[in-house]
Design a protein around this ligand. Structure first.
Ligand SMILES: NC(=O)c1ccc[n+]([C@@H]2O[C@H](COP(=O)([O-])OP(=O)(O)OC[C@H]3O[C@@H](n4cnc5c(N)ncnc54)[C@H](OP(=O)(O)O)[C@@H]3O)[C@@H](O)[C@H]2O)c1
Length: 276
Protein backbone atom coordinates (compact mmCIF):
# COMPACT_ATOMS: atom_id res chain seq x y z
CA UNK A 1 0.00 0.00 0.00
CA UNK A 2 1.27 3.48 -0.88
CA UNK A 3 1.01 6.28 1.65
CA UNK A 4 0.43 10.00 1.17
CA UNK A 5 2.30 12.09 3.73
CA UNK A 6 0.97 15.51 4.69
CA UNK A 7 1.39 17.75 7.74
CA UNK A 8 2.42 14.80 9.95
CA UNK A 9 -0.16 12.31 8.67
CA UNK A 10 0.66 9.19 6.67
CA UNK A 11 -2.53 8.19 4.86
CA UNK A 12 -2.96 4.96 2.86
CA UNK A 13 -3.53 6.14 -0.71
CA UNK A 14 -6.54 3.90 -1.27
CA UNK A 15 -9.43 4.18 1.18
CA UNK A 16 -12.62 2.17 1.32
CA UNK A 17 -15.70 4.45 1.35
CA UNK A 18 -18.95 3.55 3.09
CA UNK A 19 -21.41 6.25 1.94
CA UNK A 20 -24.83 4.87 0.99
CA UNK A 21 -24.03 1.49 2.51
CA UNK A 22 -26.45 -0.34 4.80
CA UNK A 23 -25.29 -1.82 8.10
CA UNK A 24 -25.02 -5.46 7.05
CA UNK A 25 -23.15 -4.63 3.81
CA UNK A 26 -20.89 -2.24 5.70
CA UNK A 27 -19.89 -4.79 8.32
CA UNK A 28 -19.32 -7.52 5.72
CA UNK A 29 -17.36 -5.32 3.29
CA UNK A 30 -15.22 -3.52 5.90
CA UNK A 31 -14.18 -6.86 7.36
CA UNK A 32 -13.58 -8.31 3.89
CA UNK A 33 -11.52 -5.44 2.47
CA UNK A 34 -9.31 -5.26 5.59
CA UNK A 35 -8.64 -8.99 5.28
CA UNK A 36 -7.65 -8.37 1.66
CA UNK A 37 -5.15 -5.57 2.06
CA UNK A 38 -7.12 -2.33 2.42
CA UNK A 39 -5.87 -0.30 5.39
CA UNK A 40 -8.01 2.84 5.23
CA UNK A 41 -11.74 3.09 5.99
CA UNK A 42 -13.82 6.24 5.49
CA UNK A 43 -17.12 6.86 7.28
CA UNK A 44 -19.09 9.82 8.69
CA UNK A 45 -21.60 10.49 11.43
CA UNK A 46 -24.30 11.21 8.83
CA UNK A 47 -23.79 7.85 7.05
CA UNK A 48 -25.43 6.16 10.03
CA UNK A 49 -23.06 3.18 9.79
CA UNK A 50 -20.26 3.92 12.26
CA UNK A 51 -21.34 1.03 14.50
CA UNK A 52 -21.23 -1.36 11.53
CA UNK A 53 -17.79 -0.01 10.57
CA UNK A 54 -16.62 -0.69 14.14
CA UNK A 55 -18.03 -4.23 13.97
CA UNK A 56 -16.36 -4.80 10.61
CA UNK A 57 -12.96 -3.68 11.89
CA UNK A 58 -13.29 -5.99 14.92
CA UNK A 59 -14.45 -8.91 12.75
CA UNK A 60 -11.56 -8.48 10.32
CA UNK A 61 -8.99 -9.50 12.94
CA UNK A 62 -6.71 -6.70 11.67
CA UNK A 63 -5.13 -4.77 14.56
CA UNK A 64 -6.69 -1.36 15.16
CA UNK A 65 -3.24 0.24 14.92
CA UNK A 66 -2.91 -1.05 11.35
CA UNK A 67 -6.13 0.61 10.18
CA UNK A 68 -6.39 4.26 9.16
CA UNK A 69 -9.90 5.27 10.20
CA UNK A 70 -11.62 8.52 9.19
CA UNK A 71 -14.92 9.92 10.36
CA UNK A 72 -16.57 13.29 9.79
CA UNK A 73 -18.50 15.49 12.19
CA UNK A 74 -21.92 16.42 10.85
CA UNK A 75 -22.79 20.14 10.54
CA UNK A 76 -25.62 19.96 13.11
CA UNK A 77 -22.97 19.10 15.74
CA UNK A 78 -20.68 22.09 15.18
CA UNK A 79 -21.36 24.01 18.42
CA UNK A 80 -18.64 23.13 20.91
CA UNK A 81 -20.56 20.94 23.37
CA UNK A 82 -22.40 19.07 20.65
CA UNK A 83 -19.15 18.64 18.72
CA UNK A 84 -17.27 17.03 21.60
CA UNK A 85 -20.23 14.85 22.58
CA UNK A 86 -20.75 13.74 18.97
CA UNK A 87 -17.11 12.64 18.68
CA UNK A 88 -17.45 10.59 21.89
CA UNK A 89 -20.57 8.99 20.41
CA UNK A 90 -18.73 8.23 17.16
CA UNK A 91 -15.86 6.61 19.08
CA UNK A 92 -18.29 4.51 21.13
CA UNK A 93 -20.00 3.31 17.92
CA UNK A 94 -16.67 2.69 16.19
CA UNK A 95 -15.48 0.78 19.29
CA UNK A 96 -12.19 2.62 19.42
CA UNK A 97 -10.45 5.28 21.53
CA UNK A 98 -9.39 7.41 18.57
CA UNK A 99 -9.82 8.05 14.89
CA UNK A 100 -6.85 8.62 12.62
CA UNK A 101 -8.50 11.52 10.85
CA UNK A 102 -11.41 13.69 11.97
CA UNK A 103 -12.98 16.00 9.38
CA UNK A 104 -15.53 18.79 9.33
CA UNK A 105 -17.96 17.26 6.81
CA UNK A 106 -19.15 20.49 5.13
CA UNK A 107 -18.65 24.18 5.76
CA UNK A 108 -21.41 25.70 7.87
CA UNK A 109 -21.88 29.30 8.95
CA UNK A 110 -24.31 28.63 11.82
CA UNK A 111 -21.21 28.27 14.07
CA UNK A 112 -18.08 30.34 13.45
CA UNK A 113 -15.23 28.58 11.68
CA UNK A 114 -13.04 29.63 14.61
CA UNK A 115 -15.21 27.60 17.01
CA UNK A 116 -15.33 24.61 14.66
CA UNK A 117 -11.54 24.59 14.29
CA UNK A 118 -11.04 25.06 18.05
CA UNK A 119 -13.22 21.99 18.64
CA UNK A 120 -11.23 19.95 16.10
CA UNK A 121 -8.04 20.99 17.91
CA UNK A 122 -9.50 20.14 21.32
CA UNK A 123 -10.33 16.62 20.10
CA UNK A 124 -6.82 16.24 18.68
CA UNK A 125 -5.28 17.46 21.93
CA UNK A 126 -7.28 14.93 23.92
CA UNK A 127 -5.83 12.14 21.76
CA UNK A 128 -9.22 11.17 20.30
CA UNK A 129 -8.12 12.20 16.78
CA UNK A 130 -4.56 11.73 15.54
CA UNK A 131 -5.07 14.12 12.63
CA UNK A 132 -7.65 16.72 11.71
CA UNK A 133 -8.94 18.20 8.50
CA UNK A 134 -11.90 19.40 6.48
CA UNK A 135 -14.13 18.28 3.64
CA UNK A 136 -15.81 20.20 0.81
CA UNK A 137 -13.86 23.36 1.65
CA UNK A 138 -13.11 25.87 -1.12
CA UNK A 139 -9.73 27.62 -1.32
CA UNK A 140 -10.76 30.63 0.81
CA UNK A 141 -12.10 28.38 3.58
CA UNK A 142 -8.99 26.18 3.40
CA UNK A 143 -6.77 29.23 3.92
CA UNK A 144 -8.89 30.51 6.79
CA UNK A 145 -9.14 27.10 8.48
CA UNK A 146 -5.36 26.59 8.22
CA UNK A 147 -4.75 30.03 9.72
CA UNK A 148 -7.08 29.29 12.67
CA UNK A 149 -5.74 25.82 13.46
CA UNK A 150 -3.01 25.18 16.03
CA UNK A 151 -2.41 21.66 14.73
CA UNK A 152 -1.71 21.66 11.00
CA UNK A 153 -4.67 20.43 8.95
CA UNK A 154 -3.77 17.20 7.19
CA UNK A 155 -6.49 16.83 4.60
CA UNK A 156 -9.34 18.26 2.54
CA UNK A 157 -11.73 15.60 1.19
CA UNK A 158 -13.38 16.80 -2.01
CA UNK A 159 -15.21 15.58 -5.09
CA UNK A 160 -12.64 14.79 -7.77
CA UNK A 161 -12.91 12.81 -10.98
CA UNK A 162 -12.04 13.24 -14.66
CA UNK A 163 -15.05 15.50 -15.31
CA UNK A 164 -14.21 18.02 -12.56
CA UNK A 165 -11.24 20.39 -12.74
CA UNK A 166 -10.01 20.94 -9.19
CA UNK A 167 -6.80 22.88 -9.94
CA UNK A 168 -7.49 25.78 -7.52
CA UNK A 169 -8.09 23.44 -4.55
CA UNK A 170 -5.09 21.31 -5.57
CA UNK A 171 -2.82 24.38 -5.67
CA UNK A 172 -4.02 25.62 -2.28
CA UNK A 173 -3.58 22.21 -0.67
CA UNK A 174 -0.02 22.14 -1.96
CA UNK A 175 0.66 25.62 -0.62
CA UNK A 176 -0.69 24.61 2.83
CA UNK A 177 1.03 21.21 2.91
CA UNK A 178 -2.35 19.46 3.04
CA UNK A 179 -3.24 16.25 1.27
CA UNK A 180 -6.35 15.86 -0.85
CA UNK A 181 -8.71 12.92 -0.73
CA UNK A 182 -10.86 12.38 -3.82
CA UNK A 183 -14.42 11.22 -3.42
CA UNK A 184 -16.74 10.20 -6.27
CA UNK A 185 -13.65 9.23 -8.29
CA UNK A 186 -15.90 7.32 -10.65
CA UNK A 187 -18.25 10.30 -10.90
CA UNK A 188 -20.94 8.15 -9.38
CA UNK A 189 -20.53 5.59 -12.15
CA UNK A 190 -20.56 8.09 -15.08
CA UNK A 191 -16.92 7.47 -16.06
CA UNK A 192 -17.54 3.82 -16.83
CA UNK A 193 -19.10 4.51 -20.26
CA UNK A 194 -16.54 7.12 -21.34
CA UNK A 195 -14.98 6.21 -24.72
CA UNK A 196 -11.62 7.91 -24.00
CA UNK A 197 -11.30 6.12 -20.68
CA UNK A 198 -12.38 2.85 -22.29
CA UNK A 199 -9.65 3.20 -24.90
CA UNK A 200 -6.96 3.88 -22.28
CA UNK A 201 -8.29 0.98 -20.22
CA UNK A 202 -8.12 -1.46 -23.10
CA UNK A 203 -4.56 -0.34 -23.98
CA UNK A 204 -3.49 -1.15 -20.40
CA UNK A 205 -5.72 -4.27 -20.15
CA UNK A 206 -7.36 -2.70 -17.11
CA UNK A 207 -10.89 -1.62 -16.26
CA UNK A 208 -12.06 1.99 -16.49
CA UNK A 209 -12.47 1.99 -12.69
CA UNK A 210 -8.80 1.04 -12.29
CA UNK A 211 -7.68 3.70 -14.79
CA UNK A 212 -9.55 6.45 -12.95
CA UNK A 213 -8.38 5.41 -9.47
CA UNK A 214 -4.82 5.15 -10.81
CA UNK A 215 -5.11 8.62 -12.38
CA UNK A 216 -5.97 10.04 -8.94
CA UNK A 217 -3.24 8.31 -6.92
CA UNK A 218 -0.64 9.00 -9.61
CA UNK A 219 -1.23 12.73 -8.97
CA UNK A 220 -0.29 12.17 -5.31
CA UNK A 221 -3.81 12.19 -3.89
CA UNK A 222 -5.71 9.77 -1.71
CA UNK A 223 -8.66 8.11 -3.43
CA UNK A 224 -11.75 6.52 -1.96
CA UNK A 225 -13.86 3.87 -3.59
CA UNK A 226 -16.98 2.21 -2.31
CA UNK A 227 -18.54 -1.02 -3.47
CA UNK A 228 -20.79 -3.72 -2.04
CA UNK A 229 -19.05 -6.28 -4.26
CA UNK A 230 -16.00 -8.29 -3.14
CA UNK A 231 -14.88 -8.69 -6.77
CA UNK A 232 -15.03 -4.94 -7.41
CA UNK A 233 -13.16 -4.23 -4.17
CA UNK A 234 -10.33 -6.48 -5.41
CA UNK A 235 -10.41 -4.78 -8.83
CA UNK A 236 -10.25 -1.32 -7.24
CA UNK A 237 -7.24 -2.31 -5.11
CA UNK A 238 -5.21 -3.56 -8.10
CA UNK A 239 -3.94 -0.12 -9.08
CA UNK A 240 -0.41 -0.13 -7.67
CA UNK A 241 1.29 -2.30 -10.29
CA UNK A 242 1.04 -0.18 -13.43
CA UNK A 243 1.66 3.39 -14.58
CA UNK A 244 -0.29 5.72 -16.80
CA UNK A 245 1.86 7.59 -19.32
CA UNK A 246 2.04 11.38 -19.36
CA UNK A 247 -0.12 11.27 -22.49
CA UNK A 248 -2.75 9.16 -20.72
CA UNK A 249 -2.75 11.54 -17.75
CA UNK A 250 -3.15 14.56 -20.04
CA UNK A 251 -5.95 12.95 -22.05
CA UNK A 252 -7.89 12.21 -18.86
CA UNK A 253 -7.30 15.76 -17.60
CA UNK A 254 -8.91 17.08 -20.79
CA UNK A 255 -12.21 15.35 -19.99
CA UNK A 256 -13.06 18.01 -17.38
CA UNK A 257 -16.32 19.84 -18.04
CA UNK A 258 -17.51 23.23 -16.69
CA UNK A 259 -20.64 21.55 -15.26
CA UNK A 260 -18.83 18.41 -14.13
CA UNK A 261 -19.56 18.83 -10.43
CA UNK A 262 -22.10 16.32 -9.10
CA UNK A 263 -22.28 16.96 -5.35
CA UNK A 264 -23.44 20.47 -4.39
CA UNK A 265 -26.21 20.33 -1.80
CA UNK A 266 -28.20 23.51 -1.18
CA UNK A 267 -27.52 24.96 2.23
CA UNK A 268 -24.17 23.17 2.54
CA UNK A 269 -22.09 23.84 -0.56
CA UNK A 270 -19.74 26.84 -0.39
CA UNK A 271 -19.07 29.08 -3.37
CA UNK A 272 -16.99 26.69 -5.43
CA UNK A 273 -13.73 27.78 -7.04
CA UNK A 274 -13.66 27.66 -10.79
CA UNK A 275 -10.52 26.69 -12.66
CA UNK A 276 -9.11 29.36 -14.99
N1 LIG B 1 -16.94 14.09 2.07
C1 LIG B 1 -18.05 13.98 1.38
O1 LIG B 1 -18.91 14.89 1.36
C2 LIG B 1 -18.29 12.73 0.57
C3 LIG B 1 -19.30 12.72 -0.41
C4 LIG B 1 -19.48 11.56 -1.14
C5 LIG B 1 -18.68 10.45 -0.91
N2 LIG B 1 -17.71 10.49 0.07
C6 LIG B 1 -16.85 9.31 0.38
O2 LIG B 1 -16.27 8.85 -0.83
C7 LIG B 1 -16.58 7.46 -1.02
C8 LIG B 1 -16.60 7.17 -2.50
O3 LIG B 1 -17.74 7.68 -3.11
P1 LIG B 1 -18.76 6.66 -3.86
O4 LIG B 1 -18.22 5.28 -3.74
O5 LIG B 1 -20.11 6.89 -3.38
O6 LIG B 1 -18.65 7.12 -5.36
P2 LIG B 1 -17.79 6.51 -6.54
O7 LIG B 1 -16.40 6.22 -6.08
O8 LIG B 1 -17.96 7.46 -7.65
O9 LIG B 1 -18.52 5.11 -6.86
C9 LIG B 1 -19.86 5.08 -7.33
C10 LIG B 1 -20.36 3.66 -7.54
O10 LIG B 1 -19.48 2.93 -8.39
C11 LIG B 1 -19.65 1.54 -8.15
N3 LIG B 1 -18.34 0.88 -8.32
C12 LIG B 1 -17.35 0.76 -7.41
N4 LIG B 1 -16.31 0.08 -7.93
C13 LIG B 1 -16.65 -0.24 -9.20
C14 LIG B 1 -16.01 -0.95 -10.25
N5 LIG B 1 -14.80 -1.44 -10.10
N6 LIG B 1 -16.68 -1.07 -11.42
C15 LIG B 1 -17.91 -0.56 -11.60
N7 LIG B 1 -18.57 0.11 -10.64
C16 LIG B 1 -17.95 0.28 -9.45
C17 LIG B 1 -20.19 1.38 -6.75
O11 LIG B 1 -21.40 0.64 -6.80
P3 LIG B 1 -21.51 -0.85 -6.17
O12 LIG B 1 -21.48 -0.71 -4.69
O13 LIG B 1 -22.84 -1.32 -6.68
O14 LIG B 1 -20.35 -1.65 -6.71
C18 LIG B 1 -20.42 2.83 -6.26
O15 LIG B 1 -21.69 2.98 -5.69
C19 LIG B 1 -17.90 7.30 -0.27
O16 LIG B 1 -18.22 5.97 0.01
C20 LIG B 1 -17.63 8.14 0.97
O17 LIG B 1 -16.84 7.42 1.90
C21 LIG B 1 -17.52 11.63 0.79
Amino acid sequence: MNFINANGASIPALGFGTFRMEGADTERMVSHVLQHGYRHIDTAQIYGNEAAVGQGIRASGVARADVFLTTKVWVANYSRDAFLASVDESLAKLKTDYVDLLLLHWPNIAVSLEEQIASLNAVAKSGKARHIGVSNFNTALMQEAARLSQQPLANNQVEYHPYLDQRPVIATAKELGMSLTAYYGMADGKVLADPVLQEIASAHRRSVAQIVLRWIIQQGFVTLSKTVSEARAAENAAIFDFDLSNEDMAMIQKLAQPDGRIVSPDGLAPEWDTAA
